[in-house]
Write a protein that binds this ligand. Structure first.
Ligand code: TXA
Ligand code: MG
Length: 323
């Protein structure tokens, strides 16, 4: 299975591109998290992403493209979208926009909606892979559905290494941001909406738009369909987990933030960017320790400004009742 792991260089990227064109899956690094990629124009290939992840089919996927011009081949991008793209692409922002009438992307990436989530990644390996494949790449985070997102190639091997449709895992080392992209919906008939907090803080986006981002709930979209990724239990470790803990119990492993006594510290100096980059990998390490010892997990309070909004969102999902 480890033979699926490739060190990215011209030859291996070429092989990965060929596999994608043949309808296989390739896991690849982005600056946010590792993605499980497929040719977004190939229905069968996209379907095998859902199979490999065990993902409910109503949850649509992000399509990764090389640049704004490519994005415009697939979707209608208005003035607001252009503004956001100019400010944040390439990078950790995903835009949910209306599919063009002649959009050649698989309908399955939109899971039945008339919109598509588009992102231009900054990571050099992600960009090379899009170029080598010569196709837009549908790619959700490369983890089994509902589990912690992968921020290292080894996490992908652990979660999806045995998936038969997965041809290769490109090892690009740890992801710099470590949190999924921020997802912003740009409906033609309503305000820009923060569908998922993520790697780019709300305030940065609002500064570019010049208006506050709306809340999906405020749009009357509480059934989880407008951004079905906002399901409650998600990003879950196995061990039970308590949040905002200042006095841990004796049987708890503590994921700290700032100057606190703890088992592992997201950021001893209280830097939210550093904490975001460590979040998923440290939760994995503590979860494995908890499994071995029967311990539980506790997390220190993390402030909710800036990237703290996305960090707290992921922590709340990790702590939500499991189904
Ligand atoms: O950083 C990331 O965004 C990573 C890397 C690999 O790019 N990808 C990722 O994809 O996290 P995924 O599939 O795990 O999350 C996609 C999010 C989900 O919350 C999904 O519901 C939402 O985007 N989404 C996708 N298409 C949508 C659409 N048409 N309308 C509303 N939400 C959509
Ligand atoms: Mg995910």
């Amino acid at each position: 299975m480890t033979s699926k792991l490739l060190t990215p260089h011209a030859d291996t990227l070429e092989r990965a591109g060929i596999a994608l064109r043949a309808g296989k899956l390739v896991a690849f690094p982005t600056e946010t998290v590792y993605g499980l990629g497929a040719d977004a124009t190939n229905d069968r290939a996209v379907a095998s992403i859902f199979e490999a992840k065990g993902r409910p089919t109503f949850n649509p996927l992000i399509v990764h493209v090389a640049n704004l011009d490519d994005a415009k081949r697939y979707a209608e991008i208005d003035a607001q979208g252009e503004k956001l793209a100019a400010a944040f692409w390439p990078g950790g922002l995903t835009l949910v926009v209306r599919r063009r009438a002649d959009c050649p992307l698989s309908l399955l990436v939109s899971a039945g909606l008339d919109t598509v989530a588009l992102r231009v990644p900054h990571h050099e390996i992600a960009q090379s892979l899009i170029a080598r494949a010569g196709r837009p790449l549908a790619a959700p985070s490369a983890n089994p559905s509902g589990r912690l997102s992968p921020t290292e190639a080894a996490h992908v091997v652990e979660g999806l290494g045995d998936a038969s449709a997965l041809a290769y895992i490109l090892d690009g080392g740890p992801c710099a941001l470590g949190l999924e992209s921020t997802v912003v919906g740009l409906p033609a008939d309503g305000p820009a909406t923060l569908l998922r907090p993520g790697a780019i803080a709300r305030a940065e986006i609002e500064a570019v738009l010049g208006v506050p981002l709306a809340d999906p709930a405020a749009q009357g979209e509480t059934d989880g369909r407008s951004s079905p990724g906002m399901l409650t239990s998600h990003y879950a470790p196995d061990a039970p987990i308590r949040l905002n803990v200042t006095s841990p119990h004796a049987d708890e492993l503590v994921l700290g933030f700032g100057d606190v006594a703890c088992t592992l510290n997201l950021s001893p100096s209280g830097d939210l960017g550093e904490a975001a980059a460590h979040l998923f990998s440290m939760l994995r390490i503590l979860d494995a320790q908890a499994k071995a010892t029967g311990a539980r997990l506790a997390v220190s309070p993390v402030p909710s400004h800036g990237l703290g909004e996305a960090i707290n969102d992921r922590l709340m999902r990790a702590a939500a009742p499991r189904n």
